[in-house]
Design a protein around this ligand. Structure first.
Ligand code: 1PR
Length: 522
């Protein structure tokens, strides 16, 4: 059996390759239209945006052969955009799809946070050897709904997000595709890929189970964060600051090795892992960036989404050439990142935007090429107390300032909190959303490393300002803090670092506590 992977050269396909390797099977790559004839099975991991995927298939001369291959009912598995392109088209682009399924992919209504990011439940509407009801990792803003008989014929499972039920997988004969990412869905996902590889050939099947919309099963996400930098001995270590100060007695705190810790958190049930390169403002040639190696190694054994932050900006190489931020991000995606997080550059972009410069920028560029879901904005705000409301979004906090100030606003910083800018969190996050960001990672310099709980007032302010998912960060000290932040702010995810690194609280303990009130992947 010869398995082929159809890679059209954008986004993170490393994870799919690693997931296939994990099943014990080998793969080859479709690089030429003649390769289709040699393939027994094809996996098409569509990553990025719909229009870009279709354009690349056309440019590589693969589109027509792919259509012929699928219409001949030869074994095919599409993933995410690899499923969406089977349809006639999508709200995301004017490019036509492959036209295999006579239906259309639509944008989610903004009655809930969009993109839909996280672990949600699939419910089968057909008997299937390949897919049972299970929880898988989704990340998308567009989806197909069951609108007519043709789609019912294709629909294998349904999933509900908020007020919308959409098709989470399709199957007809030997053509199978998922809206979710099996390669990012832990053990359940690896098993699914293995089943596709080992499945015997099938004839088209018909619907057997009634179409009842399932309940929304989206879980709250618990994310482990690793701040990474070199220590005095030159070793790359996971460190952790108190209010961003990572040194103790003059030395960088060393809490472990990045790849080993990430693996530990995956095995302990983290829903995602985030790496932040906290000394990224120092210049370093792109090929020497140590985080690229960390990602490559981590993605070999960690099958949940990986975010990389720190240094997503243009880089001047030693020979004077400049690598654009878009190309830097591309290098991270190819090394195994599913999302990149932009910190300092997001503040500079918003400052420019406020001055009236609304031209192209890193956020829109990455979003257009790789999809909004791949662009996270990491915010490093500091609370500033004032006597009177000023021109920034100001609140009256529960506790007054040190000099009896009744108001405060949250000022954005750059370079890991080293410099403050005249931009507040509401300006930053709402403008970044407008420019194409898909998620906010909301740190808080005042609460970082304190173990006193999240800054609920800050998080509420940002949550109200944007429609995209928000990850609460900084200050978690016990499982109750996670439940509290979900209850009091409605955020989609909560991140912690210190308590996990110091083994004070386990991811399992956090999840068991949150599971009392919310769906959670245990
Ligand atoms: O500006 O795009 O190069 O990105 C730099 C990235 O590095 C930003 O995401 C910034 O948040 C991060 N960073 C820079 N310096 C530090 C530092 O600590 N000295 N990390 C730093 C700060 C805090 C979180 C931490 C949470 C949870 N990030 O990483 O994990 O606060 O901690 P806790 O649970 O222990 O309280 P760019």
């Amino acid at each position: 059996m010869q398995l082929y992977l159809l890679d059209y050269g954008t986004g993170n396909v490393r994870s799919v390759i690693n997931a296939i390797k994990q099943t014990g099977y080998d793969l080859k790559y479709i690089t030429h239209p003649s390769d289709f004839a040699k393939a027994d099975k094809i996996i098409f991991p569509g990553v990025g945006a719909f229009g870009n995927a279709m354009k690349r298939l056309q440019e590589l001369g693969l589109k027509d052969e792919l259509i012929k291959y699928i219409k001949a009912n030869r074994p095919f598995m599409g993933i995410c955009v690899g499923m969406q392109v089977l349809f006639n088209g999508s709200d995301e682009s004017d490019e036509a799809g492959l036209g295999i399924i006579n239906g259309y992919v639509k944008k989610f209504k903004k009655t809930k946070a969009v993109p839909h990011i996280g672990w949600n439940q699939t419910t089968n509407v057909k008997e299937s050897d390949i897919l049972g009801d299970n929880r898988f990792y989704f990340v998308h803003s567009f989806a197909a709904t069951v609108t007519d008989m043709e789609l019912q014929d294709w629909c294998l499972s349904l999933t509900t997000y908020g007020d919308e039920t959409f098709i989470s997988s399709v199957c007809r004969g030997n053509v199978f595709a998922t809206q979710f990412h099996p390669e990012k869905s832990g053990r359940a996902g690896i098993e699914l890929i293995k089943k596709f590889i080992e499945a015997p050939l099938h004839e088209p099947t018909t619907q057997t189970i009634p179409f009842n919309p399932p309940k929304d099963g989206l879980t709250k996400r618990i994310i482990a964060c690793l701040d990474v930098r070199s220590n005095e001995q030159g070793d790359l270590v996971v460190t952790k600051g108190d209010q961003y100060d990572v040194k103790q007695d003059g030395n960088v705190r060393n809490l472990g090795k990045p790849v080993e810790l990430a693996k530990r958190y995956f095995l302990e049930g983290a829903d995602e892992v985030t790496f932040l390169n906290i000394t990224s403002f120092r210049d370093c040639p792109l090929e020497d960036t140590p985080m690229l190696q960390v990602l490559k190694q981590t993605s070999e054994s960690v099958f949940v989404p990986l975010t990389i932050g720190g240094g997503i900006r243009s880089i001047q190489q030693p020979d004077g050439t400049v690598v654009s931020a878009l190309d830097v991000a591309g290098e991270y995606f190819r090394s195994g990142a599913d999302k990149v997080s932009i910190g300092s550059d997001a503040v500079y972009i918003v400052q420019d935007y406020l001055k009236g410069n609304k031209g192209s920028n890193t956020i829109s560029d990455i979003s257009q090429k790789y999809g909004a879901q791949a662009v996270v904005i990491s915010v490093d705000p500091k609370r500033v107390y004032v006597k009177e409301p000023n021109n920034h979004t100001t609140i009256k906090p529960a506790k007054k300032g040190p000099n009896g100030e009744e108001y405060c606003w949250y000022q954005c910083t750059v370079k890991g909190g080293r410099e403050a800018r005249d931009v507040d969190v509401v300006q930053l996050t709402s403008i970044c959303e407008l420019l194409g960001a898909g998620e906010i990672l909301l740190n808080c310099m005042d609460h970082d490393g304190t173990n006193n709980g999240y800054d609920i007032e800050l998080i509420n302010m940002v949550k109200k300002a944007v429609q995209i998912p928000v990850i609460a960060s900084s200050g978690a000290g016990k499982p109750e803090h996670f439940t509290q932040v979900f209850n009091e702010t409605g955020v989609e995810a909560a991140l912690a670092a210190g308590i996990f690194h110091r083994n004070e609280v386990s991811i399992q303990q956090v999840k068991e506590h949150v599971a009392r009130d919310y769906p959670i992947r245990l």
